[in-house]
Design a protein. Sequence first.
Lengths: 160, 188
Amino acid sequence: MSLAFRLVGSREEAEELVQDAFVRAFRNLEQFRGDASFGTWFYRILYNVCMTKVTRRRKAMDSIEDADLPLADHLADTETPGVLENMEQEELNRLIATEVDRLPSKLKSVVLLFYIQEMSYPEISAVTGLPIGTVKTYLHRGRNLLRKAVGSTFSDEVGT
Amino acid sequence: MKHMHVSPADLQDFLDGNLSGVVLRSVEEHLDSCKACESRFRSLAAVDRALHSLPQVQVDAGFTRAVMSRIASVRTNPVGYRLLENAAYVFALALVAAMILTVFILTGALDQQEVTQGQGVAEEIIAGAGTLAGSSIAMFSSLLSEYAPFVFGSGSLAITGSILVILAVLAVLDRVFARRWTGAPTLK
């Protein structure tokens, strides 16, 4: 539920998508071969349902989210140690929760599967269908974007 | 490692517990002696803690009941649900049906003169399939050839178009009524 909520941004939509995932899992139960754990198989269904929703919405809104991804390629490892060091953990938690929602959906889904669902790289790869190397790259980019965003936001707040 | 700073990637791997052996020990030793890297590591760890503490979202009390209700509905009518749940599925069926029909027409299996009339093919379909679809196709193909002769002037196009129209109507009905048919309760 947390994964769906973070991906689509609405509690009602998230509940409906999780319901859809359960129904699809039930309907396609015979296709579960036991190669992966049932949880991974279910999360793959949920991930597909959520990403379909996100993609449709993005097309409808003509979002430039995907255009953000190449920019992330050029991001150097962002280091804002001085800024983050002076931040209270509670404040950092609040900022991170806000900034996670602003991540491009592909990066966000990998970050959420790693941190909220506490999945391993192979599990995330199985759920998203991405190669393990890409999972690592997305996770790395996601963290970098978050650190950069949190650092600049905090600097702005302190500066004002 | 003692004199060179630890790379951000290695720091993150250290944090994730992905290092082992010599590399792990050298990073540990370096962090003990380098304030800059130790500071960077603490920043990474703080962001990691924040990510791990992202608030979890719990489902409402009625969630399980809602899921079971939908599953029960699927169980009682799995074929109908599968057909009507997905507009894309219906459109795919429409395309396949249209292609089969076109092949029949092009190969002369269906009489071309009767095809041009529209009604003739419908009668053959009725005779062959004995379903309501034949009369619906006849009606729509007549309408299409009458009101849009520049597009559906030929009988085959009129019939193909009429099949697509019928299935498009089904698809729209599906989207409108799918929630009711599948028995999913309205979420508050």
